[in-house]
Design a binder for this molecule. Structure first.
Ligand SMILES: [Zn+2]
Length: 87
């Protein structure tokens, strides 16, 4: 799992390597009003793309990979990927 996220400014799916983040053009305008979708994240372990919310971008709630074959759970903090400690 990569340790640092990589914010890209242009949507080029082929360049979404592990940990790449692309902020949505309509960030904050879709999803739940209190925690809207904010960006697309490429899983730092398996590269599966998934939407993440504002609270996930700001590290308030963990990101859980949506792939059936990857159980990555982590927080984003100051562009770092912090693995979630098991309870
Ligand atoms: Zn994954």
């Amino acid at each position: 799992m990569v340790a640092v996220i990589d914010v890209i400014s242009e949507w080029i799916p082929e360049q979404m390597g592990p940990g790449a983040v692309f902020v949505l053009e309509n960030a904050g305008q879709t999803g739940e009003p209190e925690d809207p979708f904010w960006a697309v994240l490429s899983c730092p372990r398996c590269c599966t793309l998934g939407l993440i919310t504002r609270k996930q971008v700001s590290g308030l709630i963990p990101v859980i990979c949506g792939s059936d074959y990857c159980s990555a759970q982590f927080f984003l903090k100051d562009s770092q990927v912090i693995p979630r400690k098991p309870n």
